[in-house]
Design a protein around this ligand. Structure first.
Ligand code: MOS
Length: 733
């Protein structure tokens, strides 16, 4: 039964298969599930101090309020087992994840001290407002400056929980090389705390049916939520089902199960009713993680030809008092440039805060901000074009791990980006270019890079006799288009038209998957999807006794008497040991700066990326321009302002915490260079999500320097910082 060949869809700009569901309201987010009419609502009461103990807590008025079902505090909440998390080899002596309502200890501002549960959300909100708490307040570490005085190296046990984390690494002799260098730069770069602000707020609905727990949760990793709840409640993971079909943006904020997830499950058990718990946006600033405040010192030494002789990169980041969350600030510095003498060092500054977390290219985006601004400063010191400086320091291999790169297209990325941008129109002198309105014009560039990660994952393919296929894995789609791209991979592996294939995700009842993060979803889960489809197709042919390999699967399936099912686990990544695997990108930005007001506009950002095979150029492009918007926010707008008296975020709303809006965004040009990488994974994909954000902020900041002659090293670059800085004579014009 030979049929017309089905046109391959991998590489095609397929529109989102779930687009219609999303725009018609058919896509159901965590807080929108309906477990039945008896569902009640939980509202969290947060502490108003940053450190201390609860002296007394009076819930009488709250309990008497209309509709109240229960008010949970540390005095009446059930003691939970809180077993060690299966995924984290954490010694409790070192630090411990936060426990809900298990004792009177307050460790950060806004920490949950009570939960009001009522028939309606409004009743629960009112009851929460009636809970009276008095505290024995203790001195708190509320500023990074104070925390930095007590900075500590990573604990070796915690370091095991940090993917690829190495605290202190070096090669050569940096001190000696720095002395010999003919040009040196040495400066400190600061990134303030930045809070996650996805449109979808963290939300959990918990429902117990006997000893079975069902959670509808906002999550990037349902399997991990299940494991975490299994350890918190010390119940078998098989008794827990976690469902997360759609995610309204997460960017790292839903990688781990934050305490409110267990709190919802605890409350549901106490009141024996389904409980919905949705954080407020203000609570989101304290009750989930955020990008930690970092201070980095980067010193560079080069010879007269711009060849790097020495790099010293030290990073310090805030963490909580009870957990060490580390950023991969320093990894790129070890392999991005050819340099014989490199030392990197990491320190933690523990504060009375919630534990920070991964946020939009965690670690790399912050580390590369410092490194790429430092490279721009070096280019100025050398009087050399900043792209030329980077090209002169391109390495032949990864000098940190002494491995060849599986592929590295950075030269091509810069060639393409520079051409599309018109880099040759740049006058190298700072503050030398103006537009017709008198604004200062600047062009800046920066490199992005991110590791190509790969983790175990599995997938199932079911071929039905009606000619349709259902492929599934417990993955997630926080926005990049997992539903769509996995459907493409499955359709091609099966040789079926894409409209005959449906992909399911976001449910622990599906085959186990790795985290939807670290830009590894397509590499890891896509490989499992492809393998499951190939296997199912082979089984279908066997069952139908079709020996012609060219036969069209749809026809074969219609001869089946029952569905064919195959489950596959992706193959181990042996290549990871033989190659250094990273994506690379070149970002160039144009800024226009009002010389009187210090207002910065970004009329253009051009990015060229080497990300291996592009499964869907449409969704990948969307990811990349989204990353540019996030990078622009990081460069010019985002910062959480902490009240030093009590560690309270002073701007915990979308009115006060600034993120880019449509009026801030102009021309975004994202393009991919041709790159075939046979080593990274069977699909040849390197991932785009994190890379898209990396390099954007330094490109903008470097462009601001070029426009004005003012070097702002502390993000965000605000008008007041630009106007306060001493300006070059030229800029005063
Ligand atoms: Mo990403 S910050 O790994 O969701």
């Amino acid at each position: 039964m030979p049929g017309a060949a089905v046109r391959p869809v991998v590489g095609q700009p397929v529109s989102r298969v779930d687009g219609r569901l999303k725009v018609t309201g058919g896509a159901t987010y965590a807080a929108e599930f309906d477990p039945g009419p008896d569902m009640v609502y939980g509202v969290i009461v947060g502490s108003t101090i940053a450190n201390g103990r609860i002296a007394a807590i009076d819930t009488a008025a709250a309990e008497a309020a209309p509709g109240v079902v229960a008010v949970l505090t540390h005095q009446n909440a059930p003691r939970l087992p809180y077993q060690r998390h299966q995924q984290l080899p954490v010694d409790p002596a070192v630090g411990e994840r936060l426990h809900n309502l298990q004792d009177d200890r307050v460790r950060f501002q806004g920490q949950t001290v009570a939960l009001a549960v009522a028939r309606t959300f409004e009743q629960a909100t009112f009851a929460a407002s009636l809970v009276e708490v008095t505290y024995d307040e203790e001195p708190a570490v509320t500023t990074f400056t104070a925390a930095a005085r007590h900075a500590v190296p990573p604990d070796p046990v915690w370091a095991q929980t940090m993917f690829g984390f190495r605290e202190e690494v070096g090669r050569g002799n940096v001190d000696a090389a720095m002395r010999e260098a003919s040009v040196r730069t040495d400066a400190e770069y600061v990134i303030p705390r930045e809070n996650h602000n996805p449109i979808e707020i963290p939300a959990t609905i918990a429902s117990w049916q006997g000893d079975q727990l069902i959670l509808w949760d906002k999550s990037q990793w349902v399997d991990n939520v299940r494991d975490e709840m299994a350890s918190v409640f010390d119940i078998p993971a098989e008794n827990i089902r976690v469902i997360s079909r759609f995610v309204g943006g997460a960017f790292g904020s839903a990688l781990r199960a934050w305490p409110h997830v267990a709190l919802a499950a605890m409350a549901a058990r106490v009141v024996d009713l389904p409980v919905k718990l949705v954080l407020t946006r203000r609570q989101m600033f304290n009750l989930i993680g955020y990008r930690p405040h970092t201070v980095q010192r980067v010193a560079l030494g080069a010879d007269g030809n711009g060849r790097l002789m020495a790099i010293r990169h030290e990073g310090m980041a805030e963490t909580s008092t009870y957990e060490q969350y580390a950023e991969n600030l320093l990894n790129p510095t070890r392999y991005l440039y050819s340099c014989p003498n490199v030392v990197t060092r990491y320190r933690f500054a523990p504060m009375n805060v919630q534990t920070p977390t991964a946020m939009r290219a965690p670690g790399e985006v912050s580390g590369i901000y410092a490194l790429e601004c430092a490279m721009d400063e070096l280019a100025v010191a050398l009087d050399m074009d900043p792209i030329e400086l980077r090209m002169r320091n391109e390495p032949d291999r990864d000098e940190d791990r002494d491995l060849p790169f599986s592929s590295r297209s950075l030269r091509e990325c810069y060639r393409v980006a520079a051409e599309r941008f018109g880099w040759d129109r740049r006058d190298p002198s700072p503050a030398s270019m103006r537009d017709a309105q008198g604004n200062l014009v600047g062009y800046g560039c920066a490199t992005g890079t991110y590791p190509t990660l790969y983790s175990p994952a599995s997938a199932r393919a079911v071929l039905h006799p009606d000619g349709t296929a259902v492929v599934s894995s417990a993955s997630s789609d926080m926005g990049p288009g997992t539903y769509t791209s996995m459907t493409q991979v499955a359709a091609d592996a099966l040789g079926l038209p894409i409209d005959r294939v449906r992909f399911e995700l976001g449910d622990t009842s599906l085959p186990k998957a790795t985290v939807h993060g670290g830009s590894m979803t397509m590499a890891s889960i896509g490989t499992a999807v492809q393998m499951a489809c190939v296997q199912a197709k082979r089984q279908a042919f066997e069952q139908a006794r079709v020996s012609d390999p060219e036969a069209e699967l749809g026809g074969v399936m219609r001869t089946l008497s029952e569905p064919v099912e195959a489950i596959a686990q992706n193959t181990a990544a042996q290549q990871q040991a033989n190659y250094s695997m990273h994506s690379f990108g070149a970002v160039i930005a144009e800024v226009r700066v009002d010389p009187d007001l210090g207002l910065v506009r970004v009329p253009r950002i051009v990015g060229a990326y080497g990300i291996g095979r592009v499964v869907n150029p449409k969704t990948a492009h969307s990811q990349c321009i989204g990353g540019m918007v996030m990078g622009l926010g990081m460069a010019l707008l985002e910062q959480t302002i902490i009240d030093s008296r009590n560690a309270r975020p002073a701007n915990s709303s979308l009115a006060d915490y600034l993120v880019p809006v449509n009026a801030d965004i102009h021309e975004l040009d994202a393009t991919f260079v041709q790159e075939v990488d046979p080593h990274v994974n069977p699909l040849g994909v390197k991932g785009a999500g994190e890379l898209a954000t990396i390099g954007v902020a330094p490109a903008i900041v470097n462009a601001v320097y070029h426009a004005t002659g003012v070097r702002v090293r502390e993000l965000p670059v605000t008008p007041e910082k630009l106007l306060a800085a001493p300006r070059s004579a030229a800029a005063r014009g």
